[in-house]
Design a protein around this ligand. Structure first.
Ligand code: FES
Length: 92
């Protein structure tokens, strides 16, 4: 996976994230704190964000916290979000 990529949180901070790194864990590694941290496992929904700009892929996420229609609208759980390019995200 290439990278690292640049991640910017709307009205928040910026940090870098590798292409095989989870955005939430990259945020913690960089000492940023804009996104809520919960289970880190794709289940609790605390880290839910909306990707405003950029390419990404996701791992397994709770269907209750991010239904399919939301996924198509760009919502994702940051602990299951991997950048494929620079991203702009908004905390949900
Ligand atoms: S921290 Fe719980 S779903 Fe991401």
């Amino acid at each position: 996976m290439p990278g690292p990529y640049h991640i910017r949180v709307v009205n928040g901070g910026e940090f870098t994230c590798g292409g095989d790194e989870r955005v939430l864990l990259a945020m913690e590694r960089c000492g940023a704190g804009d996104i809520g941290v919960g289970c880190r496992g794709g289940g609790c929904g605390i880290c839910r964000v909306k990707v405003i700009e950029g390419e990404y892929r996701t791992g397994k996420m709770s269907a209750a916290k991010v239904p399919e229609s939301d996924r198509q609208a760009g919502y994702a759980l940051a602990c299951r979000l991997f950048p494929s390019g620079d991203l702009v995200i908004a905390v949900d």
